[in-house]
Design a protein around this ligand. Structure first.
Ligand SMILES: NCc1[nH]cc(CCC(=O)O)c1CC(=O)O
Length: 289
């Protein structure tokens, strides 16, 4: 997935700037660790190694899944571009649509956000924590260990596994993770010429949307181990942000929306998060089943 999305970015950059781009593969802790992301996640396990290479001057820029970036701003590194986002929705993979899964069916996902929202829709399912890349997860269906897995639609598209999708969840069924489906190009802050080149693939509407979404996460001080979803739909001159905090067992949720001008993305995110906290988001996130 990482190689495909980096290749797409490289091609787009070459097309717009005329510069050749060489891909350098970097293996991260997130790629090798067997621990559940809910335990190790939120701390940049897919990101830190690439940032070290940037700071060491070994690579000029890095391509990340924006969803994997910690919300804290890294020292000496800037988010130089957020290309136009792919489909942000989550997808159910396997032979059954959600409503057709038998009672007690085994559904794999390691994401507390997906677990909680699955339980809200189908409390009878047996949600099983899994890890590994998308291919590994999908194999668990063909090998009969699981009846279904939930993965990001954008990622499935990038690796050409769309045929395995049974159903794509609308954001009102399963609110995506902040930044899901978007990419992030980072480079060193002191490389102003490079920043300008990378900026040619930036999409301001995507940047506004993901800024609003990630601000919610930052204010809630939640990482990817929290059952928090946020999605900002991009209109012409309006951004509509929806954010939700779901109880781990899916029994309750606090879900709010707000709209405003895209220039105000950060403020919209901050205010919505404050309102979620006002309504008890903290308590809901802390509860375990
Ligand atoms: N946490 C792993 C990760 N990071 C980005 C994607 C998918 C692509 C995307 O959301 O942009 C995935 C896998 C998944 O959630 O299915």
């Amino acid at each position: 997935m990482a190689t495909t999305q980096s290749g797409l970015v490289a091609d787009a950059l070459t097309q717009r700037t005329g510069h050749a781009v060489e891909l350098v593969g970097v293996t991260t802790e997130g790629d090798v660790s067997r621990a559940l992301l809910a335990q190790i996640g939120g701390t940049g396990v897919f990101v830190n190694e690439l940032r070290d290479r940037l700071l060491a001057g070994e690579v000029d820029f890095a391509v990340h899944s924006l969803k994997d970036l910690p919300t804290a701003d890294p020292e000496g590194i800037v988010l130089a571009a957020t290309p136009r986002r792919d489909d942000p929705r989550d997808a159910l993979c396997g032979p059954f649509k959600l409503a057709d899964l038998p009672r007690g069916a085994r559904v794999g996902t390691g994401s507390p956000r997906r677990v909680a929202q699955l339980r809200a829709m189908r409390p009878d399912l047996d949600v099983v924590p899994i890890r590994g890349n998308a291919d590994t997860r999908l194999r668990k269906i063909t090998e009969g260990d699981l009846d279904a897995v939930v993965l990001a639609y954008a990622g499935l598209r990038r690796i050409g596994r769309e045929e395995e999708i049974a159903e794509i969840f609308e954001p009102d069924q399963m609110l995506p993770a902040p930044g899901q489906g978007a990419l992030a190009l980072e480079c060193r802050a002191d490389r102003s010429e490079l920043r300008e080149l990378l900026g040619t693939v930036d999409d301001p509407a995507t940047r506004a949307a993901v800024t609003a979404e990630r601000t919610v996460l930052a204010v809630l001080e939640a990482g990817c181990s929290a059952p928090v979803g946020a999605y900002a739909a991009e209109g012409e001159q309006e951004l509509r942000l929806t954010a939700a905090v779901v109880a781990h067992d899916g029994s309750r949720q606090i879900r709010l929306s707000a709209s405003g001008h895209p220039d105000q993305a950060e403020r919209i995110g901050r205010e919505l998060a404050a309102e979620l906290l006002d309504r008890g988001a903290d308590q809901l996130m802390g509860e375990r089943d």
